[in-house]
Design a protein around this ligand. Sequence first.
Ligand code: ADP
Ligand code: MG
Length: 357
Amino acid sequence: MFNPIDLLLGIFSLDVGIDLGTANTLVAVRNRGIIINEPSWVAIERHTKRVLAIGAEAKEMVGRTPANIVAIRPLRDGVISEFEVTQAMLDYFIKKAHARRFTPFPRPRVVVGIPSGVTEVEKRAVYDAAMAAGARETYLIEQPMAAAIGAGLPVMEARGSMVLDIGGGTTEVAVFCLGGIVVSRSIRVAGDEMDEDIIQYARQKYNLLVGERTAERLKIAIGSAYPLPEERTMLLRGRNVVTGLPEAVEVSSIEIRDALSGSVSIIVDLVRETLDHTPPELIADLMETGICLAGGGCQLKGLADRITDETHMQSWVAADSMTCVARGAGMVLEELGVMRQVLVSPDRRGSTSAPPP
Ligand code: ADP
Ligand code: MG
């Protein structure tokens, strides 16, 4: 039934999509795009557990914190390791999104993209945190589903489509059809692990101790999964573990590809294994639609070519691949009537929204 109050709420309220990523949290708002994009870091006081900083400010503290402050990533491995910290983070991002409007505006409707492996208890915690942060209605969606919607894949149709989402802590692969996930896999080998590969390599080959952020920068600059049209070199700075002195060595993209090859192979094997478990009719569809790559980690140079090569399926990187999950989550609210089935419920009672007052 047409209800004028609902209509007004719909026009004036914020529809918010949140990507609760292991590395970055993004908030998308209807008609305004991505309004928040910050690292999923929280700095807390060690003894009191008091939250000191969240997001970009907390990440700045990493590696520089005095002993009584710890900077943590509450979702590092795709599981919610610290409830209260995750709640504080969600609270901060939702309030920050809402605070950009005048207070008389109705409270926002929120869809939160959660890693697909989280438990019922964790889902409930995310749901409660969003409601406590002032959401009028809260829904949960699995991140690969949100990524597929954000990338514009036809997930509601009777035709198969596939996403490979490589984040910081987790890599997820899923095949969709008729608004559901038909096959999916998730592993804890992703961007962070590649950074770790580079740290190990520098240490073993050059006795060089490098930091996580230095390794990440090198990966983004010259890391690859497939031979580059032009191989490159870059200076890697760190501390020599033998002499104890600062040192810089020149490393080539060929060396770094070699260092990353173990993690890359694991990801490629995951895609192949998922295809192995996909029904043949859907494989036939995928041969037409291909494999869509999303998340920050899929921007590794040559990854799409490598996957195309090894799976014989056309793969491509989604437009704006790092924001697919947040945008996709927000898009569900626009067509909640038809898309409700793509959501997951926060508990076994099956309610995805606030109970009526
Ligand atoms: P999450 O969804 O887990 O929060 P993101 O999708 O934000 O993760 O991706 C973060 C990961 O992507 C990090 O490991 C980062 O190093 C990696 N990344 C970002 N840009 C690139 C790039 N150009 N090449 C390779 N890796 C990248
Ligand atoms: Mg992600």
